[in-house]
Design a protein around this ligand. Structure first.
Ligand SMILES: NC(=O)c1ccc[n+]([C@@H]2O[C@H](COP(=O)([O-])OP(=O)(O)OC[C@H]3O[C@@H](n4cnc5c(N)ncnc54)[C@H](OP(=O)(O)O)[C@@H]3O)[C@@H](O)[C@H]2O)c1
Length: 213
């Protein structure tokens, strides 16, 4: 299986990369700093176009993992700056959409193409918990994007899913989080294996539980 993963230099992305490679998959892990061997800032449309143009193989699985959580700990009346909204949506929403759009030709070359988007339970409106308005809104938008892409891409055989990786011990999750990145990555990969034409438009936890929208 040929995989492309964004944000592969640390956190859950680095773990998914090493676990997928360990079971024999070919993974192009991208990073902003190029430390993974493939440079890609998902907010840079020129980089996205160049990356996609050079990618000639059929792409079986695109994992949109790159994300930012810029408003952690901010409070109403003292934070949530317009620039933080713009910067967050640029990575977590526009960046996801433009990565998918750029790589659609490669996905269409696969016989069983799939797109997995790392969203968050913080994007669930049913599980609204207050605070972190920017991050929550961006992840809600990412889930919505995934659902709608799944509709449009179903006739072309491209399956699309949104995933909550758990509360994970990374820079975004913090070290007090519930699970380590290896546990999250292993669970996510199991769920990605189940994604397909008859199981698309899903929003799932890393352990397979259905997430409420
Ligand atoms: N950890 C959790 O508890 C948790 C819970 C729910 C959802 N998530 C989601 O899971 C995904 C992975 O998060 P993580 O916990 O592994 O966080 P992390 O350790 O902070 O890693 C985030 C990754 O995203 C990359 N990134 C940020 N902006 C980028 C950009 N413009 N272009 C390309 N890459 C960019 C980072 O690259 P740099 O090193 O260059 O910054 C890094 O590789 C994110 O989408 C996050 O929102 C995490």
């Amino acid at each position: 299986m040929q995989v492309v993963l964004t944000g592969g230099n640390r956190g859950i992305g680095a773990q998914m990369t090493s676990q997928l490679r360990a079971r024999g998959e070919t993974v192009v892990a991208t990073s902003r700093d190029g430390s993974t061997g493939s440079t890609l800032d998902v907010t840079d449309t020129a980089q996205l176009s160049a990356f996609a143009a050079e990618f000639e193989d059929p792409l079986d699985l695109l994992i949109c993992n790159a994300g930012v959580y810029l408003d952690k700990g901010q409070s109403l009346g003292n934070g949530y700056a317009a620039q933080a909204w713009a910067d967050t949506f640029s990575v977590n929403v526009t960046g996801v959409f433009q990565t998918i759009e750029a790589l659609l030709p490669a996905l269409r070359r696969s016989s069983a193409p799939k797109i997995a988007v790392l969203a968050s339970q913080m994007g669930s409106s049913e599980r609204a918990g207050g605070n972190a308005f920017i991050y929550r809104a961006s992840k809600a938008a990412a889930v919505n994007l995934t659902r709608n892409l799944a509709i449009d891409l179903k006739p072309q055989g491209v399956a699309v899913g949104a995933y909550h990786p758990g509360w994970v011990q990374t820079d975004i999750g913090g070290m007090e989080a519930d699970i380590d990145a290896a546990t999250s990555a292993a669970g996510l990969i199991t769920q990605f294996d189940l994604l397909g034409p008859d199981h698309t438009g899903v929003f799932e936890n890393y352990d397979g539980a259905v997430m409420p929208f």
